[in-house]
Design a protein around this ligand. Structure first.
Ligand code: TYD
Length: 216
């Protein structure tokens, strides 16, 4: 039987990565084989693209058009080499960001046509549509407080997206909420301003309900 495909989306500092890890643990405890991956990245090619996108590795300013297509290229590689083979083999896939990130960040955030972004995504993903997308929604200011704290603790600088203006991130957040309204069958919005444990419970209940599993 084909596995299930779950994606986590949200603005900066929404806690997606932590929640993705916890969700995978919980699914594993149910005896489900889970493949956890992330975007951009998840393949050798994708990780190289991630360096360009996030850390200016090429050493030159990136045009927004190139940025959009590089995200799509990383995704095309990940879908074909990791996601589709895993799903076809019966494993479940949990992906930390996926195509909706391009629509939210490059479409709503950068101001490209949302329909153009949806078309680029559909070319990249070869029909790999998430069964459920968890939108971890958080206020931009709160998300940034979390990021500053984490980056200071880890002694790292803000990356290229974290350096964008607050207005950019506000458009991204509103864009995500618009997508959740536009695709209500697939999206579930979770309030990610709450503490980690509460969000974890909501994530689990939501996945169980969306995919018809016992919450246990
Ligand atoms: P990441 O370290 O995964 O950030 P986060 O912890 O916030 O998920 O970095 C991914 C960054 O790339 C993030 O700022 C969002 C951005 N992004 C896009 O702009 N478009 C995309 O299609 C994807 C996948 C990510």
């Amino acid at each position: 039987m084909r596995g299930r495909f779950i994606t986590l989306e949200g603005p900066e500092g929404s806690g997606k990565s932590t929640q993705a890890a916890k969700l995978c643990e919980r699914l594993g405890e149910q005896g489900i084989e889970v493949v956890k991956t992330r975007e951009p990245g998840g393949t050798a090619t994708g990780e190289l693209i991630r360096e360009i996108l996030q850390h200016d590795r090429a050493g030159e300013p990136l045009f927004p058009e190139s940025e959009a297509l590089l995200f799509a290229a990383s995704r095309a590689q990940l879908v074909r080499s990791v996601i589709l083979p895993a799903l076809e083999g019966g494993a479940w896939v949990v992906c930390d960001r996926f195509a909706d990130s391009t629509t939210a960040y490059q479409g709503y955030g950068r101001g490209f046509s949302v329909d153009d972004m949806l078309n680029i995504n559909s070319f990249a993903v070869d029909g790999a549509q998430p069964d459920v997308t968890l939108l971890l929604d958080v206020d931009v200011a709160l998300g940034f407080d979390r990021i500053q704290k984490r980056n200071t603790e880890n002694g790292v600088e803000n990356d290229r997206f974290e350096r964008e203006a607050r207005e950019f991130h506000e458009r991204v957040r509103q864009g995500y909420l618009a997508l959740a309204k536009r695709f209500p069958d697939r999206f579930r919005v979770i309030d990610a301003s709450r503490d980690e444990g509460s969000v974890q419970c909501r994530v689990w209940e939501t996945v169980c309900r969306a995919l018809g599993m016992e919450a246990g």
